[in-house]
Design a protein around this ligand. Structure first.
Ligand SMILES: [Zn+2]
Ligand SMILES: [Zn+2]
Length: 323
């Protein structure tokens, strides 16, 4: 005979279960609001997931198009040495977010103290810019051919498949890990406009090929995997609707589930090595400065997944190294 549980235990079990369900519902509802300005194709909805450290967890998943709804990305490359900053994007130089305009492109030999740089044709004043899917793919590879030396590299969003989308699967409750994990494999997270907050851009590899792959004024450019994505968190991500609660506004969610707030603008001694802290209102990160090439350097909890195919089940512990 099965011994029946005292009624009181059953009741409190049911109450606890529905409290968890309510909290999950509330969070999903909150996420729907936070992503209201993103181009959402599916979600947010609750799924099982395996995090980067192997934890079995509960995640939300959301599939978005990498298209900001409130501005047109670009411009990126100037086409002439006389093009001003309004015709060009930005680049990272010594921690600064500088205009990558014609004058800058003409100064690269001085900036990098290497006469091999000659982005601007001394005869015509023109700048060579990649102008096709094939050139974008060839010049954005890790092993760029010498024929692309002194090219300004741009990939257009129009090179992406019509139905290209990115799926983020992120823990509803962060799960701690022993050692902070760098973001160069996972990316930093996703902004509430649905655009990827990426890990650091491989600036040394890009410069090593004598190319520049500028970001637009919002800190974004396009690759053929996730489309438009950010390497800097700029004020493009801050809206007047955001409640900052006395801190910098929340601009997105990290891959480990913690909030990412805007850069603080000051060196705050309470920030840990991953630029996170808990000021009594819950642990969160602050994005690095615009020119730092570091939206987040690392994460203190286990990361979820970012995928180009929406149906994939998230197992972040099995993620192959990024090429
Ligand atoms: Zn990039
Ligand atoms: Zn803070």
């Amino acid at each position: 005979m099965i011994r029946s549980l005292p009624a009181i235990t059953l009741l409190s079990c049911l109450a606890a279960t529905s409290a968890v369900a309510d909290a999950t519902d509330d969070r999903i509802h909150e996420l729907e609001h936070l992503f209201v300005n993103a181009m959402v194709l599916n979600g947010p909805e609750v799924v099982d997931c395996t995090l980067s450290g192997g934890a079995q967890s509960t995640c939300f998943t959301i599939t978005v198009k990498a298209e900001p709804q409130d501005y047109e990305p670009g411009p990126w490359c100037p086409t002439s040495g006389s093009d001003g900053p309004e015709l060009a994007g930005k680049w990272f130089v010594d921690g600064e977010f500088v205009d990558a305009d014609g004058a800058f492109m003409a100064s690269l030999a001085d900036v990098y103290d290497d006469p091999k740089w000659q982005m601007v044709d001394p005869e015509t004043g023109e700048i060579k810019v990649t102008d096709s899917l094939e050139q974008c793919a060839a010049a954005a590879r890790p092993d760029v051919g010498a024929e692309y030396e002194n090219f300004c590299v741009v990939c257009e969003a129009s090179y992406m498949d019509e139905d290209a989308a990115v799926t983020y699967t992120i823990p509803l409750e962060p799960v701690a890990q022993d050692n902070p994990m760098p973001t160069n494999q996972t990316g930093s997270g996703v902004a509430f406009n649905g655009i990827r907050l990426d890990g650091p851009a491989p600036v040394d590899a890009i410069l090593g090929a004598y190319t520049v792959a500028p970001f637009d004024d919002c800190g974004g450019h396009v690759n053929l995997h996730v489309g438009y994505h950010y390497h800097a968190a700029t004020d493009c991500l801050e809206t007047t609707a955001q409640d900052d609660g006395g801190d910098a506004p929340v601009i997105g969610i990290a891959m480990d589930g913690y909030d990412i707030r805007a850069n603080l603008g000051v060196q705050d001694p309470t920030l840990d090595e991953c630029n996170g802290h808990d000021q009594g209102d819950g642990y969160h990160y602050h994005a690095g400065e615009e020119g730092a090439n570091l939206i987040l350097g690392c994460m203190t909890a286990q990361a979820g997944c970012v995928a180009e195919d929406a149906g994939a089940k998230c197992d972040a512990s099995a993620r192959p190294p990024r090429p």
